[in-house]
Design a protein around this ligand. Structure first.
Ligand code: ADP
Length: 676
């Protein structure tokens, strides 16, 4: 399988797109085709079986009906045979009256008979014809016997039994040709006497075969060679599908054949309700099978996509170096990724389900705002990371930067927060290194400047001081020698040299002060935002937190660089003063307020507050004096320069002790009105 293909864009996590795949791949199409063929075969063979069953049923019932019809005809013939035998048993020659009456009765009862004759040898003794409208054969036609009749006559007399002649056709003008058979019954008392009964074969069918049988089939009587002898007077042609031939045994060993061709046609493909239901059920089964197969494929495809998506997401998460952490609205951890576990040294199972306080918090940062719950943010606000410190399982602390985003559930409601956590130890190390180097450079520069200033000062002052010392010695010598006249000159020289020394110091002072101010309108809130990273950098070294606020409209007309130097000097002093303050209490506050000081117009106060040891009463006397420092490495010119700068801006730099402990330095400068 090809590897999953990631999708770029904001909804990458869920928009994983599996490779394109047909819902009906070639393999499935083959399967479906085989299934269709199988179902068609089952359906076809079922129908074929039903069809065959019906055919054989019909054939069977036709056979049965034909046998019944043959038996019926046979039984009707039997009745007449019995009656003729009865007549032949006691008939005497000359007893014509009896013959006539019995024959007439027989003809009346048997509609298939056309004529009954009494013959002696082949001579006709008496004859009775059937009443109209049966065809009348007449004496002329019966003068000579047909050959087939003669054979039957001979057979009957020879064996003294009944014998039917082979059927033969008769043609009578005005009538359709029809076939007859003649029954020869030997008269017992007369050696050559015979009764002959002439049957019409078609009338035999009309009157002896069951009417229902005649109506349902095309019925014929025929010879063994297939030739047709007789048909019923009425009857429709058969359909040619179901045919049967059964023998109609006649006395004397003769047989003719009863043939039936059913009018019922070929059974239909869907012959009955049962087969119809079967077809419908199989078709329904095929449809259901198809739908089920499709559904299973869809489900399997969705499951596979889900598995691939899960694998893709896991691989993505595992490859991240950014720590990810999800929390619910109560701050309980619901998810952490491998990078976060690696960062903190805890396993995912140890963290998931934990509520604050969390094991990787440090005692100093546990209560800081934004630690337990992300800080409230207005929609559209630019996301700002929270910088804090985490503790690894082994106790080592490391700085992290946390970015949070609301976690929205499927209902569109916020279920918690998702945080990205960056370990910024390396970044901090580099920043710290560069800060130290910067500091060292500044210190070196300050030392160099101080060295330069002090060497030029000493050089400039050495001369007048040496001169003063020389004139002073001269004065003492003059006083000792009593020459008081030159004393005045020496003293005036001393005065002028002291004046010169003072001039040197003033000129140095003037040089320091003479820097031209580059003034501009400065919004102190903007200035603070720019300085914040620098102050943070200073503060972080001693684990000091920074909090600042500025009134809107706090704008002054000042030299930006100098003002920055003042604030940075004051904050550095404040941070350094908190070195021995407990870590949780190390807080540096900067408050910039707009004051309305009456007649002087609005003023801006920049106050820097710390929680350090404060200034001792002794030190407070020299606080703003140049070169006063209580620090080992201190130069003692910071506060003095700050005061010069503030005074150059027409303001004042003050110190006061805080009631809660610590120092408060404030610079007050005239404001120039509200910002726009
Ligand atoms: P430096 O910092 O080089 O000592 P500064 O002129 O800035 O020089 O400070 C002079 C002295 O004032 C410091 O040595 C310190 O004793 C005292 N000082 C300044 N700021 C504070 C403060 N916030 N808290 C306590 N003492 C302070």
């Amino acid at each position: 399988m090809s590897p999953p293909e990631p999708v770029s864009g904001r909804d990458t996590a869920l928009a994983y797109r599996p490779g394109k795949e047909s819902l009906f791949p070639v393999r499935s199409l083959w399967f479906v085709a085989a299934l269709v063929v199988l179902l068609a075969a089952v359906l076809w063979s079922t129908l074929w079986l039903v069809h065959n069953y019906e055919q054989s049923e019909k054939q069977e019932s036709l056979q049965q009906a034909s046998l019944v019809a043959a038996a019926t005809i046979r039984s009707r013939l039997g009745e007449t045979e019995l009656a003729l035998r009865g007549l032949a048993s006691d008939l005497r020659s000359g007893d014509d009256a009896r013959f006539n009456s019995v024959a007439s009765e027989l003809l009346a009862n048997n509609p298939a008979l056309l004529r009954i004759e009494l013959r002696f040898g082949s001579d006709l003794l008496a004859a009775v014809d059937a009443p109209q409208p049966r065809p009348r054969l007449g004496p002329a036609r019966r003068a000579g016997l047909a050959f087939d009749t003669q054979i039957a006559l001979a057979a009957s007399r020879g064996a003294d039994r009944l014998a039917y002649s082979r059927p033969y056709p008769v043609e009578i003008p005005g009538e359709l040709p029809f076939a007859v058979t003649e029954l020869a019954v030997p008269v017992e008392r007369e050696r050559r006497g015979t009764l002959l009964a002439v049957y019409s074969l078609s009338r035999m069918l009309d009157y002896f075969a069951p009417a229902a049988f005649l109506a349902a089939n095309e019925v014929t009587l025929g010879e063994v060679d297939g030739s047709t002898l007789a048909r019923p007077a009425s009857g429709m042609p058969g359909a040619g599908v179901y045919r049967t031939t059964v023998p109609l045994e006649l006395a004397g060993g003769r047989s003719i054949w009863l043939r039936a061709d059913s009018r019922t046609g070929e059974p239909k493909i869907i012959p009955n309700l049962l087969a119809g239901m079967l077809v419908a059920a199989i078709a329904g089964l095929a449809v259901i099978g198809g739908l089920l197969g499709r559904d299973m494929r869809l489900r399997a495809r969705a499951e596979r996509a889900l598995r691939e998506q899960y694998a893709f997401r896991t691989a993505m998460e595992d490859s991240l170096v950014t720590g990810l952490r999800a929390r619910d609205r109560d701050g309980v951890i619901t998810y952490v990724n491998p990078a976060f576990c690696k960062m903190t040294g805890y396993r995912s199972e140890e963290l998931v389900g934990l509520a604050p306080p969390l094991p990787y918090w440090t005692s100093e940062t546990a209560d800081s705002p934004g630690q337990a719950q992300p800080r409230a943010r207005n929609p559209g606000d630019q996301q700002q990371g929270l910088e804090t410190v985490f503790r690894r399982r082994n106790g080592e602390q490391f700085p992290v930067l946390i970015f949070d985003a609301p976690l929205i559930d499927a209902n569109g409601e916020q279920a918690g927060w998702m945080d990205s956590i960056f370990d910024i130890s390396d970044q901090k190390r580099i920043e710290e290194l560069s800060r130290r180097q910067q500091e060292k450079l500044h210190q070196n520069a300050r030392m160099a400047l101080l060295g330069e200033v002090s060497s030029s000062l000493s050089h400039e002052l050495n001369q007048p001081l040496a001169a003063i010392s020389g004139y002073a010695t001269a004065c003492r010598n003059l006083l000792a020698s009593g020459k008081q006249t030159d004393l005045d000159v020496a003293l005036s020289r001393i005065y002028s040299q002291a004046e010169r020394a003072g001039q040197v110091i003033r000129s140095v002072n003037d040089f320091v002060r003479s820097r031209k101010l580059d003034r501009a309108a400065i919004d102190l809130a903007d200035l603070m935002r720019a300085l914040e990273p620098l102050i943070e950098l200073q503060a972080r070294e001693l684990g000091v937190r920074l909090a600042w606020k500025a009134d809107p409209g706090a704008v002054v007309h000042a030299d930006r660089t100098m003002l920055e130097q003042v604030i940075l000097n004051l904050t550095r002093n404040a941070i350094e003063s908190m070195a021995s303050t407990p870590p949780e209490s190390r807080l540096l506050e900067i408050e910039i307020s707009l004051l309305d000081s009456g007649g002087d117009g609005p003023m801006v106060e920049i106050a820097v507050l710390d929680r350090g040891a404060g200034v001792s009463p002794e030190a407070s006397k020299h606080l703003f004096s140049a070169f006063f420092s209580t620090k080992e490495q201190g130069l003692g010119i910071g506060l003095s320069l700050c005061r010069s700068v503030v005074e150059q801006h027409g303001g004042q730099l003050r110190y006061c002790e805080r009631e809660s402990g610590g120092a408060r330095f404030s610079a007050t400068i005239a404001a120039i009105g509200a910002t726009t």
